[in-house]
Structures are given as structure tokens and as C-alpha cells.
Write a new protein. Structure first.
Lengths: 233, 101
């Protein structure tokens, strides 16, 4: 899109992301409040949100947080929860034609579920530029980091997230994202397999193995469905 | 506002693991050609992972969470993300109060 400059494209990306930026605010606040409740200082909360920038794994980390923190368990759980990023960056990586080599790597450093989903949608229209991607990612990143800090500082004033229902904001975002991936019956089979495997594993094994189990079951069903289609064709 | 060295180590370890997953895909597609089967597996991963993350909350935490999950999903069919999330949060708060959970 050589006819548009950096700023208009950046602004268009930020506008497309605006509803998700608003949605991430309560999640950032809740994360900060939960982390402060676990004994993390405001600086530590800010550092984690700035360096990790992956809400799902940060919440899981708070679930399994111990004193002193076990870096190996936390790194492994972050790897498991975020292993989906490998597939997201593999999928998006082939669609970054307008990006220079370093820009490709720089933009993938800010990969998150919401950013990835929006970028994929834009790429389908063939209009994904580095400026548009920056518009998606940079404001979202800054809001995540600053609301985490605000949550850590204001934690006590936000009230118990279980009473206000704010702890449900994060699963709710994921539910909506799942609905966005719906493409018919095959998606239903993938989701059912993933849910069944995840619940079963969650009941039987500690930690975050349930996420890996659900992912594996879903992919297995998708591959089986594909093979059956090929056999019928 | 201090940073404990132990905490710092844990945060940096999490960050390194996460950066590896973010860059991993770019490295992967340089060495693996994406055929029909690989594309199918790639497409199934995001919904499967998201479903796995929410499944324990949605299915085995309690009736309030299960009903709120259904409400969120139904609202998401017609309304934008923020409205669906708000509907889920309000539903879970009201049901928890009503059910005393």
C-alpha cells in the first residue's frame, strides 16, 4: 500500500484494535491485582507484563507461583501455554510480504492472541503493512503494561475480582476468540476433543499439562478429519 | 517498588520461553514446507489451545461459570467482543451471588 503513509496506516491499525484495547484494560487491572496479592511488587508486575506480554501464561504463572519463585517451573509452563505462538508466527510469517527481515522478527516479538487474530484478518484482505501492524500492537502493549501496574497499585480498591466477576473477563475473551475460529462441524469436533482432553487432564495431572493435552487432541481430530475427507475424495 | 533477584530470574526465564515461541514459527517455516496436512494442523491449533485454556473454567468450576460461558458465546455471535465479555462478567457476578458460590 504505497499510497498510504506510516501515520494513517498506524492510526487505522490502532482504530481496528480499539475494542480489544478497551477489553484488555480490566484484564490488565485484574492481573496486576492478582499478582500484587501473590506478593509481587509494582516494579515486578510491570517488568513481567513488559517482558513476557502474554496474559494467559502470566495468569497461569500466578496460579502456580511459589515462594521463592521456581524459575524452571514458570519457564516450562510459559513454554506450554505459549507454544501456540509457534503456530501463530508460522502462519502469519508467510503473510508478511511488505516487512523487512528485522521488521518480521520485531513484529513477532509483540505477538499476542488478539493481535494475531486481527493481523490474520487483515492479511486475508491483502493489506497487512508494518505500520498497520505497529498500530495494532504498540498501543495494546502499552495499555497492557500500564494497566498491570495500575492494578498492582490499586488492587485493594478494585474489590475481590471473584465478587465483581472480573476474574471471568479473561476466560470470556478467550470464549469470544474461540467463536471467531468457528468454520463449521470440523471446528466443533476439534473443540469437543480439546475440551474433553483438557478437562480430563486437568482433573488428573497438576500444572498446565491440560493445555498441551487439549491442543494435541484437537490437532489429532483435525488431521483425522482431513484424512477421511481425502479418502472420500 | 523493589525487584527481588529470584523474581527477576523467574520473570526473565518466562520471557525467554515466550520469545522462543514467538520467533519459533518464523524459524520453523524456513525449514519446513507447509503442505495440506501441516496447514490443517496449524489451523486447528489456535481454537484447540484456546478451548483447552477455558475448558476447566467453562465445564468443571461451577454452574455460574458454565452458564456465563454459554451466555458469552451466544452474545458473541451477534455483538462485538466487549459486549460479549461484559455480558459474561455480569452473568457470572449475578449467578455467583444468587447461587451463593
Amino acid at each position: 500500500m504505497s499510497d498510504t503513509g506510516f501515520l494513517p496506516d498506524f492510526r487505522a491499525g490502532a482504530m481496528a484494535m480499539a475494542p480489544l484495547i478497551v477489553a484488555v484494560m480490566p484484564i490488565g487491572l485484574v492481573f496486576g491485582a492478582v499478582a500484587a496479592g501473590k506478593g509481587l511488587s509494582g516494579a515486578e508486575v510491570t517488568l513481567m507484563s513488559a517482558l513476557v506480554f502474554a496474559g494467559g501464561s502470566q495468569f497461569v504463572a500466578m496460579d502456580i507461583w511459589t515462594h521463592p519463585a521456581s524459575w524452571a517451573a514458570l519457564a516450562f509452563s510459559a513454554l506450554l501455554v505459549n507454544v501456540r505462538h509457534v503456530l501463530m508466527s508460522a502462519s502469519l510469517g508467510g503473510k508478511l510480504q511488505g516487512f523487512s527481515g528485522p521488521a518480521k522478527y520485531a513484529s513477532m516479538l509483540l505477538l499476542a492472541d488478539e493481535i494475531w487474530a486481527m493481523a490474520e484478518m487483515r492479511a486475508k484482505e491483502g493489506k497487512l503493512t508494518p505500520a498497520w501492524f505497529a498500530g495494532l500492537a504498540v498501543p495494546f502493549y502499552l495499555v497492557w503494561v500500564s494497566t498491570s501496574l495500575a492494578g498492582a497499585l490499586l488492587g485493594a480498591f478494585l474489590g475481590d475480582p471473584k465478587v465483581t466477576g472480573l476474574d471471568f473477563a479473561f476466560p470470556a475473551v478467550f470464549i469470544v476468540l474461540v467463536m471467531g475460529f468457528w468454520k463449521g462441524r470440523e471446528t466443533g469436533a476439534v473443540l469437543a476433543a480439546s475440551a474433553a482432553a483438557a478437562v480430563l487432564t486437568h482433573q488428573l495431572l497438576p500444572g498446565v499439562w491440560y493445555i498441551a493435552a487439549g491442543a494435541a487432541a484437537g490437532v489429532a481430530v483435525a488431521l483425522l478429519a482431513g484424512r477421511r475427507q481425502e479418502a472420500l475424495a | 517498588m523493589t525487584v527481588d533477584p529470584n523474581m527477576l530470574l523467574a520473570i526473565v526465564a518466562m520471557a525467554i520461553a515466550t520469545v522462543a515461541t514467538r520467533i519459533g514459527g518464523l524459524v520453523l517455516i524456513r525449514f519446513v514446507t507447509i503442505g495440506e496436512t501441516q496447514r490443517r494442523a496449524l489451523e486447528a491449533i489456535p481454537p484447540a489451545v484456546l478451548m483447552a485454556v477455558i475448558a476447566p473454567t467453562a465445564l468443571v468450576t461451577g454452574p455460574a461459570e458454565t452458564i456465563a460461558t454459554v451466555v458469552t458465546a451466544l452474545v458473541a455471535v451477534r455483538l462485538p467482543l466487549l459486549a460479549a465479555v461484559a455480558a459474561g462478567v455480569v452473568t457470572v457476578a449475578i449467578l455467583r451471588m444468587a447461587l451463593g458460590a
